[in-house]
Design a protein around this ligand. Structure first.
Ligand SMILES: Cc1ncc(COP(=O)(O)O)c(C=O)c1O
Length: 357
């Protein structure tokens, strides 16, 4: 295995910060003192061979699955690695959505897979087009890697379409890995996991984006039981165990997730409207307005596209957005609005000025 550097990760860790940061895709991180639970009775060591049982039960219950289906991971990041390591071998075919999250590609490359791309097109609302998907997926594809809601656009593919997509992939012999890390930002009816919609679907998520709990590294995969067993074999070669104390805190937090989400919901909704109105009023900007959530991927018309705008914003206006080049489309930029309304308003004002520079 050969691991290349992940350009987006380097940018996100060391170069994304700015006085006005609209580059983040999650809500601001919580601190221990914000939590509705305490640490009393938590311990360093305990029973968690393949996950702390109460946490497995909590994840399974939310997904409508059995705990045998659940494989905990250190964030959704490790879930991506587990999926690639468990299912792909040198030369195996993998289909990755485009635009897409760079670690999907770099991880599949690291295990030696042959990468094919499925273009989710702006003109089609970044959605599922059956003909284009059929044309993009080669025979004997082992794995499809996708997000839902989509990173970077926030577009959401409804469950019936996900099922159709999975069936089309199944005819080529592929399993589908759906990273649902942004799913909980939708309302409960739409935000139902795709696990169970077809036999070849497995899903991943974490408490990072929607709950501000990245530091717990509480991620997971929900997979058909035989695949879950294969994934656990990879865990035994990797971290072997998770951090018991973090698992205990996460398990205590599960009953409070709706309340944590609710504290931000109204702000995110009004922020999304603020961004939508801003884009509607800017002749050089267009986007696929996401149904909910806290991120979008506007297109900048003109020769200097999203990457150039991001650079001007950073250097002249102390404002950060993600250059679209990190998602393979430099005409765009990704904007996140999980911030205070006044910060967002100032950031949008700066975007307006930068567009006229
Ligand atoms: C699609 C996607 N998956 C996974 C991650 C990483 O999440 P985690 O903190 O759970 O490892 C991100 C973070 O940007 C992401 O956008």
């Amino acid at each position: 295995m050969k691991f290349e550097s992940v350009a987006y990760m380097e940018w996100a860790k060391f170069r994304s910060s700015a006085p006005i940061n609209l580059g983040q895709s999650g809500v601001p991180g919580l601190s221990l003192r914000d939590l509705p639970v305490g640490l009393e009775g938590c311990d360093i060591n305990g029973d968690h061979a393949y996950g702390y049982p109460p946490l497995l039960e909590a994840i399974a219950a939310r997904a409508g699955a059995h705990r045998d289906n659940v494989v905990p991971s250190h964030g959704a990041s490790e879930a991506i690695f587990l999926a690639c390591a468990a299912l792909l071998d040198k030369g195996d075919r993998v289909l990755v959505e485009k635009p897409g999250y760079e670690p999907f590609i770099s991880c599949a490359k690291a295990v030696g897979a042959e990468i094919h791309r499925w273009e989710r097109r702006f003109e089609k609302g970044y959605g599922y087009d059956p003909d284009e998907f059929e044309a993009a997926i080669p025979d004997r594809t082992k794995l499809v890697l996708m997000t839902n809601p989509h990173n970077p656009s926030g577009a959401f593919i409804p469950r019936e379409d996900v099922r159709a997509l999975a069936q089309a992939a199944g005819r080529r012999g592929a399993m589908i890995f759906i990273d649902e890390i942004y799913l909980d930002s939708l309302d409960a009816a739409r935000g139902r996991t795709a696990f169970g919609a077809a036999d070849n679907i497995f899903t991943a998520s974490s408490l990072t984006k929607v709950y501000g709990l990245s530091g717990l590294r509480c991620g997971w995969i929900v997979a058909p039981a035989p695949l879950a067993r294969t994934l656990r074999r990879v865990v035994d070669h990797l971290s072997v165990l998770h951090v018991f104390i973090a698992e205990q805190i996460a398990a205590r937090l599960f009953p409070h997730l709706e309340a944590i989400k609710e504290t931000n919901r109204a702000l995110h909704e009004s922020n999304r409207k603020m961004v939508a109105e801003f884009i509607a009023a800017e002749p050089r900007l267009s986007w696929i307005e996401p149904p909910a959530g806290i991120l979008g991927f506007p297109r900048v018309e003109g020769p200097a596209g999203g990457d150039a705008l991001a650079e001007i914003l950073k250097t002249r206006y102390g404002t950060s957005v993600v250059p679209g080049g990190f998602f393979e489309d430099p005409r765009h930029f990704r904007i996140g609005w999980g911030v205070a309304a006044d910060v967002l308003a100032k950031g949008l004002e700066n975007i307006r000025s930068a567009l006229r520079d």
